[in-house]
Design a protein around this ligand. Structure first.
Ligand code: ZN
Length: 189
């Protein structure tokens, strides 16, 4: 729809800058020295969900790193989409194999290079921005929930318990997995 494209075009520099800020947070779940960064990143994800139009977003404790939940319910009788993603990233060692510092996002040939840019901050952020576009242009037709966890890169050891303990909160008709390949065609136009 043209109104979506117009919104995207008008805001694309901000979208990119916001994603770059997220990529600068070294949210390495496997390393205990990054515990504070994990919390900082979870808070940043929560803020991004609220800014995008979620009426509620929370950093929720688990037995490990926190998970972030957000929702925009337009009508409880309409279907609900649950977007899954993760804000944690893999360790970056060995550092000498990086051409650019992993937490200083660099754009080369229209692509963003940084730890997490393609797994999974880039992908889930795309869906956060999709929510923003739908929400700010009054074009939502379903309810949307987000579960952005912080332990995917260490095997999601606490996700099962978290989901089992929050069944009603996470109830949805469709789950959309953000943690997958990126199709870049639309950005070339
Ligand atoms: Zn992933």
């Amino acid at each position: 729809m043209q109104v979506w494209k117009d919104y995207q075009e008008k805001n694309k520099d901000r979208f990119l800058n916001e994603m770059m800020d997220l990529l600068r947070i070294p949210s390495v779940s496997a390393k205990s020295e990054h515990k504070a960064d994990m919390l900082k990143c979870a808070e940043a994800v929560k803020k991004s969900l609220l800014d995008a139009g979620c009426s509620k977003a929370e950093v929720m404790a688990t037995d490990g790193h926190p998970a972030v939940y957000g929702e925009k319910i337009i009508d409880p009788s309409k279907p609900t989409v649950l977007v899954y993603g993760h804000y944690d990233v893999q360790p970056v060692e060995p550092l000498d194999l990086w051409k650019n510092p992993p937490f200083e996002p660099t754009i080369i040939d229209g692509k963003v290079f940084a730890r997490g840019s393609a797994d999974d901050k880039g992908q889930f952020y795309m869906h956060v921005k999709a929510l923003e576009i739908l929400s700010k242009t009054d074009s939502m037709t379903t309810n949307i929930k987000f579960l952005i966890e912080g332990e995917e890169e260490v095997g999601s050891p606490n996700l099962g318990k978290f989901v089992a303990g929050n069944k009603d909160l996470l109830k949805a008709d469709v789950i959309l997995i953000s943690d997958s390949s990126i199709r870049s065609l639309s950005w070339q136009r």
